[in-house]
Design a protein around this ligand. Structure first.
Ligand SMILES: [Fe+2]
Length: 201
């Protein structure tokens, strides 16, 4: 009779400590929590700048920004609960949390600068949202490795929301920069469609 694999046994028990690298999941949960908390601050800064500038170069609305800010705050709460549920301290500065804390400082500096434009601020947010997407994908894979099925379900909802954030921010950045959104692939849907003479050498 086939014996259940180690991964199956871990899934059945639901214990984070069942993995050979339990600290890795906690480290990455801490990283995501730190970055989502920074995300709330990023959107607070853009909301203030957007309200002050009355910028109309994009299709972005105050309601859009407030919705994304709410998502980031909810994601942070979800992560804090997951860390506490694993018996760890949600505010702990894990190595990866420290790393993204340093990285976030540059983005926040751009967003807090009264002289940065909406387009420049959106570029900083594009960096943040791309990182958000990659971060949640990694976290879901790690949760799967650790048999944390309940977390996978919650984190998948967060990833869907982050994908929507990325699409919106990318479109707004393009609108603010070149006057139209091109990232839906309508203009360049395949690398082979690009004019080779236009590529850099
Ligand atoms: Fe996001």
């Amino acid at each position: 009779m086939k014996q259940p694999s180690e991964r199956s046994r871990r899934r059945a028990s639901g214990a984070i400590t069942g993995n050979s690298q339990p600290q890795l999941l906690l480290d990455k949960l801490g990283e995501r929590l730190a970055f989502e908390r920074s995300g709330v601050q990023f959107y607070d800064a853009l909301i203030a700048k957007f309200e002050a500038s009355q910028d109309s170069s994009t299709s972005m609305t105050l309601a859009d920004l407030q919705k994304i800010r709410q998502d980031e705050a909810r994601h942070a709460d979800m992560l804090a609960a997951a860390i506490a549920g694993a018996g760890a301290e949600p505010g702990a500065q894990t190595p990866s949390a420290q790393l993204v804390g340093i990285e976030s400082q540059g983005l926040k500096q751009v967003l807090d600068d009264p002289d940065s434009t909406i387009a420049q601020s959106l570029h900083a947010l594009l960096v943040a949202e791309m990182t958000d997407n990659a971060g949640w994908e990694l976290l879901i894979a790690l949760a799967e490795d650790h048999g944390q099925m309940a977390l996978i379900s919650e984190f998948s909802v967060a990833l869907d929301e982050e994908r929507a954030h990325l699409m919106q921010v990318q479109n707004w950045y393009e609108e603010a920069t070149i006057g139209k959104a091109v990232s839906d692939g309508a203009l360049i849907d395949d690398v082979s469609d690009m004019n080779p003479s236009s590529s850099l050498h």
